[in-house]
Design a protein around this ligand. Sequence first.
Ligand SMILES: Cc1cc2nc3c(=O)[nH]c(=O)nc-3n(C[C@H](O)[C@H](O)[C@H](O)COP(=O)(O)O)c2cc1C
Length: 176
Amino acid sequence: MSKRNIQPTDREIVMREDDFIVSKTDLKGRITYGNRIFIEFSGFDERELIGVQHNVVRHPDMPRGVFKLLWGHIQDSKEIFAYVKNMCADGSYYWVLANVTPSVDPSGNVLGYYSVRRKPNPHAIPIVTQLYRDMLAEERRAGARDAIDASQRVLQQFLNDKGQSYEELVLSLQSL
Ligand SMILES: Cc1cc2nc3c(=O)[nH]c(=O)nc-3n(C[C@H](O)[C@H](O)[C@H](O)COP(=O)(O)O)c2cc1C
């Protein structure tokens, strides 16, 4: 099934307290592994997920600026925590708090990437929704070429106002 044909709906699937959604990718972000809960939430069959780009679960409400931040961290061998809204095969959505890290071999070579997602604090979601909406609006206004810079300026302004880094923001929202 092509994700391009999926119409997003307002139906939310909420993670359970002790769910962990795990996936691994190669260096290009192609899925190499997904645990049972990842497959369950995605709504795809395992064979539709393995070998395809992780954007198969991307939700159109997600700003590109967030993924730019994510890739910037992991390609710099740093982990990142990020709130992400994902889309299921039937157009439903689910929010996660994702931790994404590089997978390294014993010599320190990066083999791919690894993500563990857990249930986000429900009180954080309205704040993140508004922030991502503002970022996305700015991306659309700026046009494709300048979208990422424009949305990162919105994020940076939000963080400056709070005097926080993105990581500090995520962790503080998690304990609201
Ligand atoms: C380990 C790992 C996990 C990822 N998990 C997700 C995810 O759950 N949802 C998502 O939309 N993108 C995820 N991404 C980012 C995607 O690779 C991609 O950058 C993003 O979906 C935007 O895709 P696009 O720019 O092609 O639209 C993940 C990347 C890596 C390396």
